[in-house]
Design a protein around this ligand. Structure first.
Ligand SMILES: *Cc1c(COP(=O)(O)O)cnc(C)c1O
Length: 364
């Protein structure tokens, strides 16, 4: 009889877990503060919550005993209007994270490679690892812009795809159309993850009709405040979409997520007003952070701002912020040493971040 571990795939038993955000209750407990004092700025969530119409639609719906539509008819129809591409080009996912995972499973065999310009979102290397493939990191330049030549130079016979967010998480800068075209001309699968599109308005969606190797990802987690319900989408070549529709879990998007998406898309004016408020607040937060001596602030086109703390002081500042109940994302790796990313929240949350940084750094 073998030990169960011997049956486990080796790349799964040594998998590095993705570090997601913790529930507010856990954060409060760890910091020893009351739940009401928790300020969550570590997951780029929407501080204004979903559209009020979401709760209403979820509460009045009766048919939760039915399975959702495996063909996603209503979802794809609604998404088609929102994304501006035909229904046949769309697949809805359990968050855009699921579309990332599906793409990895469609294109990668163990030993295959994807290229990711780093620093970037952790899900690409995580999902590639799960597939037994390798995410090859290509460093961005000193402004965190992608380095086209270095990417071209990193392509091997096993390279299948290039994944990047635009705007990039956690640096907030975009990939230009010219850069995207250069990557698309490699013929590899190119995935433009536009999770923060609604905060910047720049998209590679119009290139879909020109390039069959382009996939554009969108999510309702950030701009529409639906992170907890898990709903995102991919726009791609219609044959690729049909293949993905055929291999996804049949009921991958639950009915609550579908109802929430439809309610959100019938209330976009209201949701976009909140997006405007966040974009406006981003400008104010950027200016206030820039006034703090000793930290470097990166301009952002998304709903978060990346800062570099003085050398060797990142952890200390991060921990001081946790004790104040302000939860941010701390980075300490080769590329991002002493960096902290804060989501853009409500004005009073910005004030708490700025006051906390000033206190932690001893600059008043
Ligand atoms: C937040 C985020 C996502 C996650 O989207 P879900 O739809 O919640 O799975 C995807 N890509 C990037 C770059 C993100 O920052």
């Amino acid at each position: 009889m073998s030990e169960i571990e011997e049956l486990l795939l080796p790349h799964i038993s040594r998998l590095k877990t993705y570090q997601g955000v913790s529930p507010s209750e856990t954060l409060a407990e760890e910091a020893g503060i009351p739940l009401e004092q928790v300020i969550r700025l570590n997951g780029n969530e929407n501080p204004y919550g979903p559209s009020p119409q979401v709760a209403e639609a979820l509460g009045s719906f009766r048919d939760y005993n039915h399975y959702p539509d495996p063909a996603q008819r209503r979802l794809r129809e609604a998404l088609s209007d929102y994304l501006g591409v035909p229904e046949d080009n769309i697949v809805a996912g359990n968050g855009s994270d699921e579309i990332i995972d599906l793409l990895m499973r469609m294109f990668l065999a163990p030993g295959d490679e994807i290229i990711i310009p780093v620093p970037t979102f952790g899900m690409y290397s995580f999902s590639a690892d799960v597939a037994g493939a390798e995410a090859v990191s290509v460093p961005r330049d000193e402004n965190f812009d992608i380095d086209i030549e270095a990417i071209q130079g990193a392509i091997t016979p096993r390279t299948k795809a290039i994944f990047f967010p635009t705007p990039n998480n956690p640096t907030g800068n975009v990939v230009t159309e010219a850069q995207a075209r250069a990557l698309l001309d490699t013929g590899l699968l190119v995935v433009s993850d536009e999770a923060y599109y609604d905060f910047c308005g720049q998209t590679l969606m119009p290139l879909l009709s020109e390039y069959r190797n382009l996939v554009v990802l969108r999510t309702f987690s950030k701009w529409a405040g639906l992170a907890g319900l898990r709903i995102g989408a991919g726009a791609m070549d219609s044959e690729l979409a049909a293949t993905m529709m055929g291999m996804k879990p049949p009921y991958n998007v639950n009915l609550a997520a579908e109802i929430a998406l439809l309610a959100s898309l019938s209330d976009t004016a209201h949701l976009l007003d909140r997006v405007d408020a966040i974009v406006k607040e981003r400008g104010r937060m950027y200016r206030l952070l820039c006034e703090i001596p000793g930290i470097t602030v990166w301009p952002s086109q998304a709903n978060f701002i990346l800062c570099k703390m003085p050398d060797g002081r990142g952890l200390e500042v991060y921990e001081a912020m946790c004790r104040r109940g302000v939860f941010l994302r701390y980075f300490d790796n080769e590329l991002l040493r002493d960096y902290i990313r804060s989501s853009v929240g409500k004005p009073e949350e910005t004030d708490a971040v700025v006051a906390g940084f000033r206190a932690a750094l001893g600059v008043d």
